[in-house]
Design a protein around this ligand. Sequence first.
Ligand code: MN
Ligand code: MN
Length: 459
Amino acid sequence: MDRKVVWNHYTEENRRELEQLAKGYREYLNKGKTERECVTESIRLAEAKGYVNLEDVLASGRQLKAGDKVYAVCMKKTVALFNLGTKPLEEGMAILGAHIDSPRMDVKQNPLYEDTGLAFLDTHYYGGIKKYQWVTIPLAIHGVVVKKDGAVVDIVIGEDKEDPVFCVTDLLVHLSGEQMEKKASKVVEGEALDILFGSMPLKGKEKDAVKEGILAILKEKYDIEEEDFLSAELEVVPAGEARDCGIDCSMVIGYGQDDRVCAYTSLEAMLEVSEIEKTTCCLLVDKEEIGSVGATGMQSKFFENTVAEILDRMGQFSELRLRRTLSNSRMLSSDVSAAYDPAYSSAFEKKNTAYFGKGIVFNKYTGARGKANSNDANAEYLGSIRKIMDEHKVAFQTAELGGVDVGGGGTIAYIMSLYGMEVIDSGVAVLSMHAPWEVTSKADIYEAKKGYMAFLKEA
Ligand code: MN
Ligand code: MN
């Protein structure tokens, strides 16, 4: 059973739409290199479509009713959007979920040091990375520094053409005899991922003169002191913009496509499908890459609490109705899939693998070592999803993440399934997943958005 590549079916009109979506997507990637930036950009797009902050609704004492569009934010890193339908909420929602955190290097709390006239920022990597991929490429720093008085200083260095960039150094090959014999996991060790930050000494200083020079610049440009690093969240990411990839411009190369490719297409679908009976929801969450932990991860009560607030504002809250709302909901939990790569064919099983250009991917299960820690979606649910996709002419494929016992991974699906709701993993195929620059197919991006729209209308 072979699924077809979808490109050949496209009309001129389809291709125009596809290019427009890809353009918006590249802009979203460029503006959202951290979870905070993604939340800011998602809110900007949502407000333009009439969404209002739930906090403002609560403060005003106003009730909510069908047709209202609201969003709720958790600590500036996770956002949930709701388009309230005409049906009672307890009949369930159609939920699109994706994550907006990506693998990167986080600057440590006490990061700045000088060694032999070079200054570095020490980092602790976040999420699963092949550490050797992060050396010698231009890097940018995005994040916030929070001062003791609560002032938040936004930092983006390395994206403007006039900005400096940063890097992690590597040993030249002529001296690498010993290094080249090491296992790939040891070639570059986590503690060696320090960011080259400066080299010019401050005039008149003897000790740590380069570090002193840097502190003077930080003071002048950003009004921050060394101690302010203690309450900062600075993320080191690849510098530069997302680009078209391939001579035919059929693909997108960019940082953080896991999982912003699903986040953006889910958000776009959410904002476009306006008239609905069943309430729709788009949930963009943080901390997936480190186990969905913390207040802003999927395991947090944030989502449940938000649904409770909405029920309350609709005059419908009860504990039982909250539980029914959640258990009667249906969800596409979206995360990227590993695209088949002919250079690494042994990692895949060809019949059950995602391919570029074959559309949105559904993973009945993920997990590793005998499906462990997977959300194994119900066959009945999968049947209804197939029907929706076919009726809306959405190209889809089914896949596993690599061959049996090759590896595996988790998503947020299993957490939402705990409410007893129908959840299936879905998403977009990615080449070089978790690398600084990941690649996706524009056809799959286009089909994903179509698939999400179909789901919101029919689920
Ligand atoms: Mn992911
Ligand atoms: Mn990931």
